[in-house]
Every structure is written in structure tokens, then in C-alpha cells.
Design a protein. Sequence first.
Length: 163
Amino acid sequence: MQDAANIAVYLPRNMSSIEFLGFALIVFFGLGMLLYFKGGRIQKIVSEKSVITDVRFATIVDFIYCIILFYFKLYSQIPMSTTWVFIGLLGGREVAMAIRKTGSHDILTSFKLLSKDFSLAMIGLIISIAIAIGVNDQLTLSSMIETIPSEFILGIKKFFLKF
């Protein structure tokens, strides 16, 4: 439902029945393929991380994920995709385990995995923005940038000016 809402937000507000059926079928078959291939590449990304074999540790990770998403739902004015929260949580956990020497990777390998995951997510973001602009006549990159809160843009600028 979350992914369908993320996609649908960029679709035109007035759709014919055929257009809606096309959208629904693409999402239906896409999620069906994801389930058929047991997660496919997504599961591979999760599996290459240090494995949490104890259910208690996995529950702690899920609980932290829940708290982060709940915070963004209630208190944050910046919309947050569950994908970015998931990548951040997995990457942060991997780096923390490397620092504490409790995982199966060293710090350099952990940062390489984190960089790879971030790069793949950025490619997905760029492709999704290109598709959104391509299918919606009223949507442009400049109109999307105008909707970003100015405080967020200033924070990003300050962050990168430090380096």
C-alpha cells in the first residue's frame, strides 16, 4: 500500500479506467514478481549484511525501524520514504557492528556496502523522478524542487559546506 501511494502521488489526478487499470496491473505484477522471486535483489542486499541469527536482535532492529517511521509520521514535516529509513537503519547497524567488532565485516567493508546501497537507492530515485516527470505533463523538476521546505535545503547546504 505504501509503495502504491508513493507511485500514485505522481500520477495525474484524473485518470480514465484504462489508465488506472494499467497502473494497477503494473503494480500488481511487479509486487507479484517480487514475492515470486522471494525478494530478489532486495533480499540479496539484506542477506549480504552481517546476519542477525537471534530473533531477539532482529526484533530490536524492527522496533527501532518502527520508532523511526512513527516519528516521521507524527512529528516531521519532511516526507520520508520507508526505503531510505530501511537503508539507513541497515547501514547504521552494519557500521555499528563493525566498530564493535561483532559483525562479519570490517569497517571499510561496511562503508563499501553502505555506499553501494546508497548508490543503488539514488539510481532508483533518479529513475523514479524521470518517470514521474515523463508521465505527468504538469510536473517538472523545478516544480518538485519548489515543494521542498526551505529549511531542509538550507540544512543540506550547510552540511555540504562543512566538507
